[in-house]
Every structure is written in C-alpha cells, then in structure tokens.
Design a protein around this ligand. Structure first.
Ligand code: THU
Length: 161
C-alpha cells in the first residue's frame, strides 16, 4: 500500500488592492451585475462572468425557479452563454461571487465544476477561477482541475477498448 497526497495551490488575497487591475475590473463588473440575479427562493444572489480570449466579457447570474431543480447557478449561466455566443473562443478566466457577507469566498457547486472542467479540457487551456463573497478574502485558482481533482470526464467514454 502506498499513501499518496494531493497538493492544491491557490492564492489568497486579503483585499482587492492586492489583485491585478484586470482582475479588480472583472470583479467590479460582476459585482455591478448582481442585481440581475433572480433568487426569490434562496435570496442568495450570485454573479459570474467569463473573460474570453477575444476580450469579450460574458455575464451570468443565478436564475431560480419555483420547481427548484429547474434553476441554474450563475457560473453555469455565464459559461453556457459564453460558449453559445463564442463556441470557438477560449474562456480565460471565470469570476464567481456573491454579495452575501461571509468570511469565506463563495465555493462553486460540484455540477458547476464539472461543467467548467468540460470546457477547460476541450480548449486544452486552463481556466483561472476567482472566488469572492462580500467581506471575504479573494481566492484565485489557476485551473478548474484544481477544484475538481480525480474528475470523471469525457475522455473515459471516448476511449475505445
Ligand atoms: N449558486 C450559484 O449560483 N453559484 C454557486 O456557486 C453556489 C450556488 C446559487 C444556486 C441557487 O440559486 C442559490 O445560489 C442558493 O444555492
């Protein structure tokens, strides 16, 4: 038996002014869009945006539904919109944040990680992830893979025996 360890590296920024001006600008754009969230059931508003390789920015917010599972998280709204509008353009970075107060940055759900990993693998280039809550430090990951290690992905089913 061999014991193995997995190390995941990410950056924590205590406040916005430690970040690059590009990332600050993206965070502000996402924050300015939080009012577009439709979250009457949870009252938990989330805003996301994708920075594309063609410099376009695609925004998304969580969209809830009275039939709860029919709603969708902000980052999937943003990523699906981005890849619908620009199917051949890489996603460079995704910002995911909430205006809820917390000491911890917002952490994306497993389904969103799976969806983002699909695009990261398909484009063969890492997608950076920026996470934030109101009043929290900011976390930056270099890759979706760091947020979903040991993932099941399409390569498993595409491989022929
Ligand atoms: N939500 C997101 O939009 N993104 C996340 O990363 C976590 C959760 C939404 C889904 C639902 O509308 C609300 O937050 C409460 O779970």
């Amino acid at each position: 038996m061999i014991k193995k360890t997995l190390n995941i590296e990410f950056s924590e920024y205590a406040s916005l002014d430690e970040l690059s001006s590009e990332t600050i600008d993206l965070i502000k754009k996402a924050e300015n869009n939080i009012g577009n969230a439709y979250a009457p059931y949870s009252n938990f508003k989330v805003s996301s945006l994708c920075l594309m390789e063609n410099d376009k920015i695609v925004l998304g917010t969580n969209q809830e539904n009275g039939a709860y599972p029919s709603g969708l998280c902000a980052e999937r709204v943003a990523a699906f919109a981005a890849k619908s509008q620009f199917p051949d353009v890489k996603i460079l970075k995704i910002v995911i944040l909430t205006d809820q107060n917390s000491t911890k940055p917002l952490s994306p759900c497993g389904s969103c990680r799976q969806v983002l990993l699909e695009y990261e693998n398909a484009q063969n280039q890492s997608i950076e992830v920026v996470l934030k809550s109101n009043g929290s430090p900011i976390w930056e990951f270099k890759s979706i893979n760091d947020l979903l290690p040991f993932a099941f992905d399409g390569s498993t089913i595409l491989k022929k025996a």
